[in-house]
Ligand binder design. Structure first.
Ligand code: NAD
Ligand code: MG
Length: 391
């Protein structure tokens, strides 16, 4: 791109919660960005509307059966239209120097890697990429000279206060967690929660899958793995702290006893703006943090008995191999089954644990093929276990 022309950007998963927040920021800065590609899973109407509004050069729908609908919806525009998994990867491969990776789940891995492989600046919301293929992903970032900027609020907070030049002087990182909607509930009460209750997060408005993950606290487990890879921190130097207000987004503790934190209102447009403007700060239209009105910030240690997901993640990471890939895939299947009312809330984490057990950790992961194979197998095993539950 010309040095002073609009910056070309691509948004993978543009119709989701992160995707629409990203386009909101882009829309507030007319002339600063040019949209290369937008992608969605199946919401053709929203995708077409976004493509028209932002004059996107390419719009891709992942579901190949929706090609004709998207083509019709964008008739008379200059936007190219494509569909299917191959087209999704091509969208990421197109020249945009900033790419928002906001597809949910392992489905985002291959397209995101495509952007990494051409050395783009990748704003990473799709934490499942790092859970299912952490080592491979980070190796690709290093090999291809990509710039990885974390969007997840906790990792974005850590990134902002992590002194990369004095990494040896960092004692530990502290991930904060809201505790989700059932923070104070008993297991008995959690046994009968509905999808509607689970997706109603107290502080954040997010997609359905991550909202359920927050309710089981598997989200913090996934974020634990994410932090381990992004910051190359050993697992015994990553802590989790419950903080119900979601104001302190995470912290870094140094050897001299200093603890640095990043604070803000719970609005994803702040971390997204951080990655979009980086290395400069850009304005975001979020509520200004008013600590005087909030008054009290609480912190408590997590309860592994009521929320076993975090302990499961620590065990899986210790065992190494394909464990995290299996855990992530099983969790995606179990969360979908819960949202489809086929299993109960407490079944989610127990099915993930049983899938990991059944596959006894899986073999080593040396290639993308190994990752995709472990992911596929874990989905099949978890689906079988769900079938057995229902029978
Ligand atoms: P969402 O469900 O609102 O949106 C997901 C997007 O991915 C949509 O555009 C959807 O069309 C697309 N998509 C879904 N399945 C797909 C598939 N199989 N193939 C291709 N595209 C597909 O989710 P979200 O809340 O925006 O979250 C996106 C990612 O960002 C997740 O990995 C989530 O963990 C992470 N994240 C979200 C938030 C948040 O506040 N929403 C915060 C931190 C991290
Ligand atoms: Mg988060």
């Amino acid at each position: 791109a010309a040095a002073d022309g609009p910056r070309p950007v691509t948004i993978l998963g543009s119709t989701g919660s992160i995707g629409t927040n990203t386009l909101d920021l882009i829309g507030r800065n007319p002339g600063a960005y040019r949209v290369e590609a937008l992608t969605a899973n199946g919401r053709v109407d929203t995708l077409a509307e976004q493509a028209r509004r932002f004059s996107a050069r390419l719009a891709v729908v992942a579901d190949p059966d929706r090609y004709a609908d998207l083509k019709a919806a964008l008739a008379g525009t200059d936007t190219e239209v494509a569909a299917g998994p191959e087209a999704l990867r091509e969208a990421a491969a197109r020249p945009a120097d900033w790419v928002m990776a906001a597809i949910v789940g392992a489905a985002g891995l291959e397209p995101t890697l495509e952007a990494v492989h051409r050395g783009a600046t990748v704003a990473l919301a799709n934490k499942e990429c790092l859970v299912c293929a952490g080592e491979l992903f980070m190796r690709a970032v290093a090999t291809h000279g990509a710039t990885l900027l974390p969007v997840d609020s906790e990792h974005n907070a850590i990134f902002q206060v992590f002194d990369f030049d004095q990494k040896a002087r960092i004692d530990r990182i502290i991930l904060t967690a809201s505790g989700g909607p059932f923070r104070t509930w008993t297991r008995e009460a959690m046994a009968s929660v509905t999808p509607e209750q689970a997706v109603a997060h107290p502080n954040w408005s997010m997609g359905a899958k991550i909202s359920v993950d927050s309710a089981t606290m598997m989200n913090k487990g996934l974020e634990f793995i994410e932090a381990h890879h992004i910051f190359a921190m050993p697992t015994d130097r990553i802590e989790v702290l419950i903080h119900p207000q979601s104001v302190v987004h995470s912290m870094v503790s140094y050897v001299d006893g200093s603890v640095l934190a990043q604070l803000g209102s719970p609005d994803m447009r702040t971390p997204i703006a951080f990655t979009l403007g980086w290395p400069e700060r850009m304005a975001a239209p979020t509520a200004r943090l008013d600590l005087g009105t909030i008054g009290t910030l609480q912190f408590e240690t997590p309860d592994d008995t009521r929320f076993p997901a975090l302990a499961l993640v620590r065990d899986v990471l210790k065992a190494g191999g394909a464990g995290p890939t299996i855990l992530n895939a099983a969790n995606e299947v179990a969360v979908a089954a819960f949202l489809g009312r086929r299993i109960g809330f407490l079944d989610i984490t127990s099915l993930v644990a049983r899938t990991v057990d059944r596959m006894s950790g899986g073999g080593p992961l040396s290639s993308l093929q190994d990752v995709l194979e472990a992911d596929r197998e874990a989905r099949a095993v978890c689906t079988d276990l769900i079938g057995a539950l229902a029978a």
